[in-house]
Design a protein around this ligand. Sequence first.
Ligand code: CP
Length: 315
Amino acid sequence: MDKPFRRRDLLGIRDLSPAEITGILDTAETFREISNREVKKVPALRGKTVINLFFESSTRTRTSFEIAAKRLSADALNISVSASSLSKGETLLDTAMNLDAMAPDCIVVRHSSAGVPHQLAKVSKAAIVNAGDGANEHPTQALLDAMTIREHKGKVEGLEIAIVGDILHSRVARSNIHLMTKLGAKVRVAGPGTLVPLDFQHLVENGLTVSPNVEEAIRNADVVMILRIQRERQDSAYFPTLREYSIHYGLTNERLDLAKKDGIVLHPGPMNRGIEIASDVADSSRSLILDQVKYGVAVRMAVLYLSTGGSPTNN
Ligand code: CP
């Protein structure tokens, strides 16, 4: 029998068992209602310190980690990388070890290079939580996506999930492919041939299909997950123009009509409206984009709580 999540670090979904994933989601469930209270605070992490160390821009992840820490009564602080001694030439590892010397309980890190959280975890006494490392993983995004799906579909197992767009550069896609297949979903990916990596073949036996086109991926899907075109990670032309991308791969109402009647739409944000997703789809009742953001707070409360020694809930 698998054990629930009792790790110090959350570095990715790839190494987690289904029981660990479910334990985090069940724990997030118990924290969810705190955000609906008039006084949105519980003492679970009183006396603990959480540092947000973000080397890439972020609206949702950094804010929700800070809110999550504060709702659990931890002291939360954001390091401004441009105003830190990194700008004077200090190395990333020296910066991390100096922060660690101040005895934080958890360091949440986002970096443009894959593997940075894993490096920090080797030298840090504090728990390290990966808030996105290059194109590798974004584990809390996949967890909040799973929580959104569970809330609306009651389960993940057996669902047909289409992940569409810039798969190659997407840490969200990688974490979601691992998480959704571990929980028993059938996952299909689709996008321009140049943006769908060939190294996914080893995941096929776990329930992943590479669809020949977007329509095939979306047909009969319970969940359509649209990914942002990551222009900041694209060093060459992967498709002719954004207009052509939008015509051939963008989620329109016509394409969404191919999904199940009660199929839902997810997007991790930030959205490029009119490119990977039409505005009327993004604003429709089938779009759960703001629910994803809402559940992000509960998931990050659970991750901070568990990484700093809390016991998982098992429903
Ligand atoms: N989904 C996500 O990671 O959004 P941010 O870049 O705003 O944190």
